[in-house]
Design a protein around this ligand. Structure first.
Ligand code: NAP
Length: 348
């Protein structure tokens, strides 16, 4: 298979670096274009970006010139990891010019004609892009992936949605890498917990209802279940943990739920997409797992790890879900979205 050329908007930032690392060796995509602000444009990547990840950027990337984030000479498929203050206009300019923008930024996630895609959960939501071309006149399209804690919650919930979820309470313990670089000051987070992350609870609540909602022709009918999120920043480097209590309409047993977690699979697994984890939700039976330091990196950081399924005295059942926030919660999620789009013929 000849690889498809791709670019990254916001290639110099924290998530941009995760894209570079995650795309290295991808059999479907070949990274050939790096875009960033005018502060970086024209410089060699290694001069423009301070590399924050382990090791070094691939040599061909380190020497590549950073481009201005303008449509023109970029490949048709671009991943976006731009600062939210500029992503709206720039992503729309690329979509209007015929580019396929697979974005990690929050800017377009909740727009009615933009898929908020998790390939194992809602691949049919991709059909929304037809509306973008019809209503906005774009030659290209924008597809988004969820916020880094929302994806951990929704992947944990997806296997059990069949039992009629009516109420959800989710409490997060979110890693500091989710705040980008330099992120939270060390004096604030060392030996501490910060019980506030701006707009995060609202994002988790509304994005969950959209992701788990139903495709209804040209729109998504949001999930009717009520969702309450409590978001906390904790002194963990990578890996968001979410503790979840769920009320069900059909009163499943422990065995029903365990079976659902253990057998859950989606289209990326059926199609053996390159970045798909073999088992997207992995149930851990030890009573002190999953843990971010021990489990977040498993399966390249692309799976959700669930454990501690037990009765909830307020709702019906409670459990823990863990995922890698900068991989499955950011760059890896977008790459898997693009792989699904390629397998659907949407990159032609
Ligand atoms: P970041 O480190 O601050 O990087 C921002 C990127 O945007 C840089 O490449 C920067 O380029 C570029 N940029 C800024 N102004 C620009 C402009 N006018 N034109 C073109 N490019 C411009 O931020 P980040 O943490 O990687 O986050 C990037 C996006 O991903 C944000 O929307 C964030 O909300 C979202 N996100 C982050 C995480 C996470 O774990 N950090 C997780 C999920 C989603 P220069 O270097 O040239 O300034």
């Amino acid at each position: 298979m000849s690889r498809i050329e791709v670019g990254i908007l916001g290639a110099t930032g924290m998530v941009g670096q995760h894209f570079i690392k995650f795309l290295d060796g991808n059999p479907m995509f070949h990274l050939t274009w790096l875009g960033a602000s005018e502060r970086s444009a024209g410089k060699r990547y290694s001069d423009a970006a301070k590399w924050h990840l382990g090791g070094a950027p691939p040599a061909d990337i380190a020497n590549r010139k950073v481009e201005d984030a303008k449509p023109g000479n970029a490949p048709k498929l671009v991943f976006s990891a731009m600062d939210a203050s500029v992503a709206t206009e720039i992503e729309q300019a690329f979509a209007a010019a015929g580019h396929v923008v697979v974005s990690n930024s929050r800017n377009h996630r909740m727009e009615a004609d933009v898929p908020l895609l998790v390939p194992e959960i809602n691949p049919e939501h991709l059909k929304l892009v037809a509306g973008q071309q019809k209503n906005r006149g774009w030659k290209g399209k924008i597809v988004t992936n969820p916020n880094c804690s929302t994806i951990v919650l929704t992947m944990g919930l997806a296997p059990v949605m069949q039992f009629g979820v009516t109420k959800i309470i989710a409490t997060t313990l979110q890693a500091i890498s989710g705040a980008g670089y330099p992120g939270v000051p060390s004096m604030d987070i060392m030996g501490n917990v910060i019980p506030y992350i701006g707009n995060e609870e609202e994002k988790m609540q509304e994005e969950t209802q959209k992701i788990l909602g139903t495709f209804a022709g040209n729109r998504i009918d949001p999930l009717a279940a009520t969702v309450s999120a409590h978001c906390n920043r904790v002194p963990v480097v990578d890996g968001h943990t979410v503790t979840v209590s769920v009320e069900f309409s059909s009163k499943p047993t422990h065995a029903d739920l365990l079976h659902a977690f253990q057998t859950f699979k989606g289209l990326p697994q059926d199609r053996e997409l390159p970045s798909a984890p073999k088992q997207p939700v992995q149930y851990m039976t030890e009573n002190d797992r999953p843990q971010p330091r021990k489990d977040a990196e498993r399966d390249r950081g692309m799976a959700a790890f669930v454990g501690r399924l037990r009765p909830c005295p307020v709702f019906d059942w409670k459990f823990v879900s863990l995922g890698h926030n900068t991989v499955r919660g950011a760059a890896g999620a977008a790459v898997l979205n693009a792989e699904l789009m390629q397998s659907e013929g949407l990159l032609d």
